[in-house]
Design a protein around this ligand. Structure first.
Ligand SMILES: NC(=O)c1ccc[n+]([C@@H]2O[C@H](COP(=O)([O-])OP(=O)(O)OC[C@H]3O[C@@H](n4cnc5c(N)ncnc54)[C@H](O)[C@@H]3O)[C@@H](O)[C@H]2O)c1
Length: 418
């Protein structure tokens, strides 16, 4: 079996991690049972490009239970858990092509190795794999039944591809389901971003001025958690409605230019580029900490930081200091890559249980509807989302009310008014 991982001897440690994560993933376990019983994915080849974490391993095992052959590479050069990658190869015979810290060339070699398996379905996080299937490997896209996309940035890229009329196969926008963004983007990134900052710096959050750029699902989660730890949270936005929402949620709202002068910790969560760049670096307070939670490492202009003439050095593991002016340093965590994966372990398993249940069900949706689907972007059907939420509620013993016949009639009629 062909694979490329950092050290296969890490497999035992990785297995423990996969089992630990599984305890918090009851929905995925339920789906694995369904898939196994119905042989849902028999002999289907799936190519996946995801952050290689213990939770992703559980998704891969779920797909395998259903009869699929899965091939896996990393969706970010700095997010791979090498022990998990080794465990997937050693214990489960799943070909993995990923090494934490791989360079850009190796990153794309690994994506290509996954596509060499000639998958019928692709799972992506950020749309790099699907991007290849629309450029250098476009000759392969006729054999693809469909793809599933995990994150906001990936979905945005694919919507743009679709708008230009160039999308070559159906896509399920897993990110756009409530079961994903309400929990993963908000609570998952909210907690794990703070976790990454703390692990990297051991800084006290209480009393700090904590600037969050972007008040979308991710930004809301980070802001709420930072406030919970006693920070004074400042939001920057470009969307007036989101800015107003942030204000009414009780946060200070201002431009990045002004926030730059007072912030202690800065986190970007916009899906946009150069949100913090050389307009800001030199004006920051000495010791400011910078981190990115958005998908790509373009939100903080790291390239520009690197070209500055001042001293640069590793201040702590995963934290680099840049001298941006005389007697002034700023600290960048995890090379400006998503801090929750670069400096911590990514989202807690209980949240990835929902996101990956969405992924597994999206794969099933593509298999069941492959002849009917068009070259467009689909959302996960609402019934499927509700089913996933119901399984999660059942797993924690929470019961909810049911509509009575009278209520159903009332809710679907127009006759009853004042
Ligand atoms: N780190 C993770 O594990 C993780 C998890 C989920 C999503 N993401 C990524 O996080 C990013 C944000 O996702 P989301 O779901 O919150 O998206 P979203 O679209 O809900 O929110 C993004 C917000 O950023 C704002 N924005 C855009 N440009 C800005 C700028 N220059 N300055 C200030 N605000 C700006 C937008 O107006 C919007 O409100 C995406 O790149 C997504 O892929 C990361």
């Amino acid at each position: 079996m062909k694979y490329d991982v950092k050290n296969i001897k890490l497999a035992e440690k990785g297995l423990k991690r996969i089992k630990w994560a599984a305890k918090e993933m009851p929905v995925l376990r339920f789906i694995a049972k369904q898939f196994k019983q119905n042989k849902t994915l028999k002999k289907i080849i799936i190519g996946a490009c995801l952050h290689i974490t213990a939770e992703t391993a559980n998704l891969m095992l779920t797909l395998k239970e259903g009869g699929a052959k899965v091939f896996l590479c990393a969706s970010n050069p700095l997010s791979t858990q090498d022990d998990v990658a080794a465990a997937l190869v050693h214990y489960f015979k799943i070909p993995v092509f990923a090494k934490r810290g791989e360079n850009r060339k190796t990153f794309f070699t690994h994506l290509n190795l996954v596509l060499d398996s000639r998958p019928q379905i692709v799972i992506d996080d950020g749309a790099d794999l699907i991007g290849l299937l629309h450029t250098v490997r476009a000759n392969q896209n006729k054999t693809i039944w469909g793809g599933c996309e995990e994150t906001t940035t990936g979905v945005n890229r694919l919507k743009s591809l679709n708008k230009s009329g160039k999308l070559q196969f159906p896509i399920v926008a897993v990110n756009d389901s409530q079961i994903k963004y309400l929990f993963d983007n908000r609570y998952g990134t909210g907690q794990s971003t703070i976790d990454g900052i703390i692990r990297a710096t051991n800084i006290l959050i209480a009393g700090k001025k904590f600037v969050v750029a972007g008040y979308g699902w991710v930004g809301r989660g980070i802001a709420a958690r930072a406030r919970g730890m006693g920070a004074e949270v400042i939001i920057t936005e470009i969307n007036p409605i989101r800015a107003l929402e942030a204000r009414m949620d009780g946060f200070a709202v201002m431009t990045m230019e002004v926030a730059t002068l007072i912030g202690d910790i800065f986190v970007t969560a916009t899906g946009n580029r150069n949100v913090i760049d050389n307009r800001h670096f030199v004006k920051m307070k000495n010791g400011a900490i910078l981190a990115n939670a958005g998908h790509f490492n373009v939100e903080i202009d790291v390239k520009n930081l690197e070209t500055l003439k001042g001293k640069k050095e590793e201040a702590r593991t995963g934290v680099k200091s840049y001298q941006v002016a005389k007697d002034k340093q700023v600290y960048l965590i995890g090379e400006g890559r998503l801090v929750n994966l670069a400096a911590a372990e990514g989202h807690p398993s209980a949240v990835m249980d929902l996101s990956f249940a969405g992924q597994a069900k999206s794969v099933e949706f593509i298999v069941k509807n492959k002849r009917k689907l068009k070259k467009q972007i689909y959302n996960l059907p609402f019934e499927v989302e509700s089913e996933i939420a119901q399984i999660k509620l059942d797993s924690v013993g929470i019961k909810i009310d049911k509509l009575t016949a009278q209520q159903k009639e009332y809710m679907s009629g127009w006759e009853t008014g004042t």
